[in-house]
Design a protein around this ligand. Structure first.
Ligand code: PLP
Length: 566
């Protein structure tokens, strides 16, 4: 799809349908993370509340009138989704808990019924983990080949080379309609057509596509199409698997029990026909009702959504293009309103932390597409993902905040006014040390982060030879490595990260712990200590705030030392 440059100004006429934006109890948040999950429609909230407050029954089981009504509405949702993606029959729509489960269902079914040794499965280099790992694991188990369609230096699919890879040994081509990490719209029509020529099956991961593009699975002629409700203004925990009916008939059931069973005795069981054959156990009833409502909304407002999104995307590109350090990734012509970028000399983690302090919600890191980042030779990007409920003011706020954050992160050390700190890791520290003191004295978040970044300078950088898998700390959106060892009975800590803020956090933690015995470290309440410095946030379990993984690694080491010394 060519992004047309619309002349009308972006407005926010659709914002009124999303209670998130009118909730006065919320601090105003500029939400630019819709590719992670979209905000929910008021009608989705209403139907959920109504079900739990007034109509809680099970579906497809009881015969009383309440159950019959809700079952009818449940099946009506299936028809809404059928029309939403242009399927031939509502029987081709299977409820799952999300795109991930939909892909796993197909992978497990094909592994049992279709794939044979020597077959190859073709995916692209920009796939979400959910569309890589199920195929990879099955390929390993069944001795199949997993092949990867290549991308260019910007992350755009190399179509000619990809088409050449589709051969008579290709059993399945599994590709995203739209890349979640880059926003690219892939030329799936051409890929599906080539797959048909050689008799290969096709699975399209439409998770990032359905709320932005009109999808017609019959026109596409794909065999499977999957997506999740929560990226299309609907509820979490509900997803769709579309499959051509004859293929669904051939696939064995995925899970067993509940309404997917037709007849059972201790000797033998028969199963329902699709779609119920794949819907074991009590389904996510509110999820199904909610996704139905969301799909109707999108269909009704499709044109308006498209115009708003195109205008917003253009404004976003204009905003990013004027910042010289910004490098855009992905296809900026064939794209939905999602843009990934990096900033020269600035860690994406640091940017995300500072943007968050300005109430700008973006996602940074690998976006569940680690192999894509490896292929592009980067450790992550900053991703702005828009939806039609965003407005011009959101992008203006983002642009201003981004410039401020880049300035803060690139200003030279001499500009940072502070008291010099010296830090000798071999000395036992006082409970309140200079770094901690300075951070406590900071009057604003910007000052806190300035002090942190300065503190990071006192960290002796880990030599490259020590940046190994053993010293790597996983669970943070930034790369982090730490080494712990005991010297003359005291713990010595060394660490590194491309992020200035993470290096500062390491310095704070190391300052508090260095020189203590392993036993003393285990007695020290680091979480409380960081809270007194107002740095507790960085201990959250969220991947973006991975200091807790650092702390866990130190504690694990000290526990081992304590056990060994008993
Ligand atoms: N595929 C793509 C392209 C995605 O963006 C996502 C989620 O981010 C998934 C699959 C997995 O979706 P879910 O977590 O809803 O199962």
């Amino acid at each position: 799809m060519l992004i047309k440059l619309m002349s009308s100004k972006s407005s926010n006429t659709l914002r009124q349908y999303f209670p998130f934006f009118s909730n006065s109890r919320l601090e105003r948040c500029v939400y630019l993370d819709s590719a992670a999950t979209s905000q929910k429609l008021q009608t989705v909230v209403d139907i959920t509340q109504q079900y739990y407050q007034e109509r809680t029954v099970n579906v497809h089981r009881s015969s009383h009138h309440l159950a019959a009504n809700v079952t009818e509405q449940f099946e009506q949702s299936r028809k809404h989704i059928q029309h939403f993606i242009g399927a031939k029959s509502h029987k081709e729509i299977i409820w799952t808990k999300g795109a991930t489960e939909s892909i796993n269902l197909v992978a497990s079914g094909l592994a049992k019924s279709v794939f044979k040794a020597g077959d190859s499965i073709l995916i692209s280099a920009m796939e979400h983990h959910a569309n890589i790992v199920p195929w990879q694991q099955i390929a390993q188990t069944l001795n199949l080949q997993l092949q990867v369609m290549p991308i260019d230096i910007n992350g755009v699919l190399k179509l000619e080379e990809s088409l050449q890879m589709i051969t008579f040994s290709t059993a399945l081509v599994a590709i995203g309609h739209v890349s979640n990490a880059l926003g690219n719209i892939n030329p799936i029509e051409t890929i599906i057509a080539k797959a048909k020529e050689v008799g290969a099956l096709t699975l399209i991961d439409g998770t990032q596509a359905v709320s932005h593009l009109t999808v017609n699975v019959q026109q596409l002629d794909c065999d499977f199409y999957v997506f999740s409700g929560h990226k299309m203004f609907g509820p979490t925990g509900i997803g769709v698997l579309y499959g051509k009916y004859d293929l669904l008939e051939q696939l064995p059931p995925y899970q067993l029990g509940g309404e997917m069973i037709k007849q059972v005795s201790f000797a033998h069981t028969t199963f329902q026909a699709p779609p119920l054959k794949f819907e074991a156990g009590t389904p996510n009833i509110v999820g199904v009702l909610g996704i139905g409502v969301a799909s109707e909304f999108i269909q009704q407002h499709r044109n308006e959504l498209l115009v708003l999104e195109n205008n917003l995307y253009k404004q976003l590109l204009d905003t990013l293009s004027v910042i010289p350090q910004v490098r855009l990734w992905g296809d900026i012509v064939n794209s939905i309103c999602v843009q990934s970028f990096t900033v020269q000399g600035v860690s994406h983690y640091d940017l995300a932390v500072l943007l968050d302090k300005r109430n700008i919600a973006v996602r940074v890191g690998h976006h569940c597409a680690m192999p894509l980042m490896q292929t592009l030779g980067i450790d992550g990007t900053i991703r702005v993902s828009l939806a039609a409920y965003n407005n011009s003011a959101d992008i203006n706020s983002f642009g201003q905040a981004l410039t401020e954050c880049i300035n803060l992160l690139t200003e030279s050390a001499t500009q940072i006014k502070t008291v010099a700190t010296s830090f000798d890791s071999n000395q036992i520290k006082r409970s309140l040390t200079p770094i901690a003191e300075l951070i406590k004295q900071a009057k604003s978040w910007d000052q806190t982060y300035r002090q942190l970044m300065l503190a990071g300078k006192s960290l002796v950088r880990l030599k490259d030879q020590y940046k190994t898998e053993t010293s790597a700390v996983h669970g943070c959106e930034s790369q982090v490595w730490i080494r712990c060892f005991i010297n003359e009975g005291s713990i010595v800590l060394e660490g590194d990260s491309p992020s200035k803020i993470v290096r500062g956090l390491l310095a704070v933690v190391f300052e508090a712990l260095s020189g203590k015995t392993a036993h003393q470290v285990l007695m020290f309440n680091l979480a409380d200590y960081l809270k007194t410095l107002h740095l507790g946030k960085h201990l959250s379990q969220s991947r973006g705030n991975g200091l807790s993984a650092v702390v866990d690694k130190i504690i694990e080491y000290c526990q081992l030392q304590s056990t060994n010394s008993i």
